[in-house]
Ligand binder design. Structure first.
Ligand code: G6P
Length: 596
């Protein structure tokens, strides 16, 4: 949800560094982009509507400058055009902003009365104007920043330049991520780590109520009363190349192909019963779970509910975070609130963590980005170890979350004596030996089915029980990257209205990994086939009378969702590819949604 990068360094290559950094952050939004840099002691600004390559074309990247800030936008307030693109300037101040200022209309009215003039429709311009006003009054940038912060309601990550101070970048944040990093000869601000990995793996996390002051040779951190703060430097140990596409045509495809490695990485930490006990024993005291998440992570919650309620008999309530944050919950001191998030920064999920914590309820985060806000605020964190995920549509991070849920089910099942030691060991063994099964899935051809699906405007996904959870995710994957309308239905529910949309050749994709509901789902497939549907089935066994079948290897049922989702991710990918869609950056989306 908007990407910010800032650079101040010895070398005068700021424009190149900033454009490269923006490209690494483009997954956060790509409606427009812009850059501000010092040239001959003056701030120059350039902006363009559309993707970063359009901005790159209008810049002379060899312009001599050693300091600048840049932004890639996911529009919230004001249409995506050049005027609303960041940076925004007022007087000597130029800023880039990620977040949303909720009281901007009121502030704008107040500032207009004082004679200030606004040119954009954005909330962000208000910040630049407020800073300008306080700076004119005090000629002190730090005091102006503190005063401005006090006036802002909402969320922000902000990088600030002041024309009187051509050697420094200032940064603050509230409820939006911002990291600060130092290499040998430069300092950086960024919304996320991949943007700085070419230069350093050492970084700080800016906390709320802190100001970072970046110069080429040092970074100072101050609190609200301008006292110096000493901060702990963190090291990113992940693979720097995981943020590059390699030989793959898209990040999404590369990330699907990385799923085997992700499984291995997770299983290494949960190799046997002792490790499961060591890592998960904190879970055993809870008698009910609330699972809260957004998007694909919410679908993991749905799958978890089916798995945990069926195998462990613990009640699980699963809700999307944007709803949960505004309704009552029924947690008590025997409850654990579980928050699932790839980014660890999703605004609604983070707000729910805080809401639950106010009631002193224990919290667990299942998170991919270590050191993210949610990871730092929950009582317990389980890391999904999927590595940086660049494609906006999640694949490997989803799979990693799924594996963690399976491991939690296995552990609790063992702990509560539903599963024997032998059963547990067999499942862990199966999980460690999935390589050739996944290879078979990866090397199968989906083109023929994809070509048929690509011609349609409506697709349905059916499943019962856990297969319904998989259907939800498969449907979201298809619609977000191919722009085909699709819906996932519990297989028995379609006939209560929606079946009226089934016409001759409407693709209906059914997932059948669950034995106990197998025959029931088959009946539902017959209902849609009778009405002309083109039926595709995902199953471990051959089924007569279906147009297409995607066979997945036989495994214990607990593990089948892992194998079922991979072909569905690939199918969505191929459909989107045939339709010529921008697979890694689908329209209107952003990977990290840090506004409400
Ligand atoms: C966005 C992304 C989805 C993701 C959801 C939750 O909508 O496009 O892929 O599932 O946010 O994100 P999180 O980082 O909390 O898992």
């Amino acid at each position: 949800m908007c990407g910010i990068i800032g650079y101040v360094g010895e070398k005068k290559n700021a424009l190149k560094v900033l454009i490269t950094g923006l490209k690494a952050l483009e997954y956060r939004g790509y409606d427009s982009s812009g850059i501000a840099y010092f040239k001959n002691q003056k701030i120059e600004v350039a902006k363009e509507k559309g993707k970063i390559e359009k901005l790159e074309k209008i810049l002379n990247l060899s312009t001599s400058s050693n300091i600048g800030i840049a932004h890639t936008r996911w529009a919230t307030c004001g249409i995506p055009d050049k005027i609303n693109a960041h940076p925004h300037s007022s007087g000597k101040i130029t800023i880039v902003h990620n977040g949303i200022i909720e009281n901007y209309e009121q502030l704008k009215k107040e500032l207009e009365k004082e004679g200030y003039h606004f040119i954009s429709q954005t909330d962000s311009e208000t910040i630049a104007v407020l800073l300008d006003k306080y700076y004119k009054e005090s000629q002190d940038i730090l005091k102006s920043i503190i005063k401005t912060k006090k006036r802002l309601t909402g969320s922000y990550a902000l990088a600030i330049l002041c024309e009187d101070i051509p050697s420094k970048i200032f940064a603050i944040r509230k409820d939006n991520p911002l990291i600060i990093a130092k290499s040998n000869d430069a300092s950086f601000i960024a919304s996320d780590i991949p943007a700085i990995l070419n230069y350093t793996n050492q970084y700080y996390i800016l906390d709320e109520n802190e100001i970072a002051i970046l110069s080429k040779d040092k970074i100072d951190f101050k609190n609200d009363t301008l006292e110096t703060i000493n901060k702990k430097v963190l090291t990113f140990n992940g693979d720097k190349n995981s943020s590059t596409k390699g030989d793959f045509s898209h990040y999404m495809l590369k990330e699907i192909f990385e799923e085997k490695d992700v499984i291995k990485r997770i299983v290494k930490d949960y190799n046997d019963i002792d490790q499961l006990i060591q890592n998960l024993s904190f879970l055993k005291k809870y008698k009910k779970f609330d699972i809260v998440a957004c998007g694909s992570a919410y679908h993991i919650g749905v799958i978890a509910k089916y798995l945990i309620e069926e195998h462990i008999s613990i009640p699980v309530n699963v809700e999307v975070a944007s709803e949960y944050r505004y309704k009552n919950n029924f947690l008590d001191n025997e409850s654990l609130a579980i928050f699932i998030s790839q980014s660890g920064e999703t605004a609604d999920t983070l707000a729910c963590v805080r809401k639950v914590k106010e009631k002193n309820i224990d919290t667990l985060g299942i998170i991919n980005v270590e050191e993210s806000s949610i990871a730092r605020e929950v009582d317990y964190a389980i890391y999904t170890k999927a590595g940086p995920e660049i494609a906006v549509a999640t694949t490997k991070a989803f799979l990693a979350q799924l594996i963690i849920i399976v491991l939690i089910t296995l552990y609790l099942g063992y702990e509560k004596k539903y599963f024997t030691k032998e059963f547990l060991n067999e499942r862990l063994n199966e999980l460690s030996n999935m390589d050739s099964d996944i290879d078979t899935i990866l090397n199968s051809s989906y083109e023929k089915m994809a070509k048929i699906i690509a011609k349609h405007q409506n697709v349905f996904f059916l499943g019962r029980n856990i297969d319904y959870g998989i259907a939800l995710e498969a449907s979201l994957k298809l619609k977000e990257i191919s722009y085909i309308h699709s819906e996932a239905y519990p297989a028995g529910e379609l006939k209560h209205g929606t079946i009226s949309l089934i016409e001759k050749n409407t693709p209906v994709i059914s997932i059948l990994t669950k034995n106990s509901t197998f025959d029931k789902t088959i009946n539902n497939i017959k209902e849609v086939k009778t009405r002309g549907a083109y039926s595709i089935i995902i199953s471990t066994k051959k089924i007569a009378d279906t147009e297409e079948i995607i066979l997945i290897p036989e495994k214990n049922e607990l593990l089948l969702p892992i194998l079922a989702i991979i072909p569905l991710q690939l199918l969505a990918y191929h459909v989107a590819s045939i339709r010529g869609c921008d697979i890694d950056k689908p329209r209107n989306l952003a990977k990290s949604v840090t506004v409400e």
